[in-house]
Design a protein around this ligand. Structure first.
Ligand SMILES: Nc1ncnc2c1ncn2[C@@H]1O[C@H](COP(=O)(O)OP(=O)(O)OP(=O)(O)O)[C@@H](O)[C@H]1O
Length: 342
């Protein structure tokens, strides 16, 4: 749905000026929820705004649904943007217009008739759960309700792509979860492709299929969310993964914060993904050996319906060779095993 090739943006054409984004390549599938995470100044907003040409890139190309964005003239771009909805951190609603009028705005611009507009507003209000608020003004709404209006407005012209610019950063955690659930629901119901930027790993974990991590205008890591969470490679990614509580102690460079009170044996971390999470592979592997195990730390959870888990286990009770054999067998069974302390 979205192809970005060698994208670069330099804000001012001053020699020596560091580009806000550089050498960005991204391919986002139709129907995917793709997240971009990075610290302040990493270039996330610049990248997002280049996608619908709110910011014109200095070089490189952006193709959306087969159409090269940079080659469109002003009129063509206006039409194309109807198929690319956008929501914002601070909602950007018209304060002197009602909820219904805010949603009607893009429909009027698209030349839709009054009766059709009224029917579409009704549909959209139902979709975002604001049926009883059509005649209210933004000042009479909570933050979460304002973002629901923003979402309804962004979806008005049946877009193929929804761009989300820190859409939940101004909301409390409970409201954030409700808005993320709504975005997930919209993605499922409408098959819409969602590209979001955030500085919160919780947002990525809650709804994204894949993630790209940005630092100093570059994408430093990209992959499926589960893979990136379980095996972060870049230090910035490790920092972000550490934000999420049940990974915080086990995933950072410092290793697990487990205190066995017993330094003998070998400490390993086993990562499970999918059906293997529920299989007694560890027990089956050690039962015919002299090796015993103690579970020092464990998590089982699921991300978008895929179960995953991590166990930090101390293997002991046998010669090192036998422990090494157990580790090798676990790997043969397809387990991802990392030796933490030999
Ligand atoms: N309009 C602009 N003119 C000049 N420089 C800009 C402009 N907008 C952004 N920049 C610069 O480009 C770089 C990337 O900024 P950008 O806003 O894209 O990052 P970000 O990751 O979205 O940060 P934040 O999370 O704080 O919004 C920064 O160095 C910023 O100062």
């Amino acid at each position: 749905m979205i192809h970005i090739e060698n994208l670069q943006k330099v804000y001012e054409d001053i020699p020596g000026r560091v580009p806000a984004i550089q050498q960005i390549h991204l391919h986002i599938d139709r129907g995917e929820i793709f997240g971009i995470i990075g610290h302040s100044g990493a270039g996330k907003s610049t990248l997002l705004r280049c996608v619908n040409l709110l910011e014109r890139p200095s070089s490189g190309s952006i193709t959306i649904d087969g159409e090269d964005m940079t080659s469109l003239n002003a009129k063509q771009l206006q039409v194309k943007r109807r198929k690319i909805g956008m929501i914002f951190q601070h909602f950007n609603l018209l304060s002197s217009s009602t909820v219904a009028d805010n949603i009607a705005f893009p429909l009027r611009l698209a030349g839709m008739g009054q009766a059709e507009i009224a029917a579409r507003i009704k549909e959209l209000l139902e979709l975002v759960g604001l049926q009883d608020h059509a005649d209210k003004y933004p000042s009479q709404l909570s933050g979460g309700q304002k973002q629901r209006v923003g979402i309804a407005r962004a979806l008005a012209n049946h877009p193929d792509v929804l761009l989300c610019d820190e859409a939940t950063s101004a909301l409390d955690p409970q409201t954030t979860n409700a808005i993320l659930a709504l975005l997930l629901d919209i993605n499922w119901k409408l098959g819409i492709t969602i590209l979001l930027i955030t500085h919160e790993m919780q947002v990525i974990r809650a709804i994204c299929d894949r993630v790209a991590v940005m630092e100093k205008g570059l994408i430093v890591e990209t992959g499926k969310v589960l893979d990136v969470f379980l095996q972060p490679q870049h230090p910035v990614t490790k920092d972000f993964v550490g934000q999420v509580s049940d990974f915080a102690t086990s995933m950072t460079d410092d290793g697990p914060s487990v205190n066995s009170g017993n330094t003998q044996g070998t400490m390993i971390r086993i990562t499970y993904i999918g059906a293997k999470t529920y299989e007694p592979i560890l027990f089956e592997t050690v039962k015919s050996t002299n090796v015993t195990f103690a579970i020092m730390q464990g998590t089982i959870s699921s991300m978008k319906g895929v179960p995953y888990g991590q166990l930090v286990v101390q293997l002991s009770g046998a010669q090192q060779e036998e422990i090494d054999t157990v580790i090798a067998k676990l790997k043969q069974e397809g387990m991802d095993v990392e030796v933490i302390t030999p």
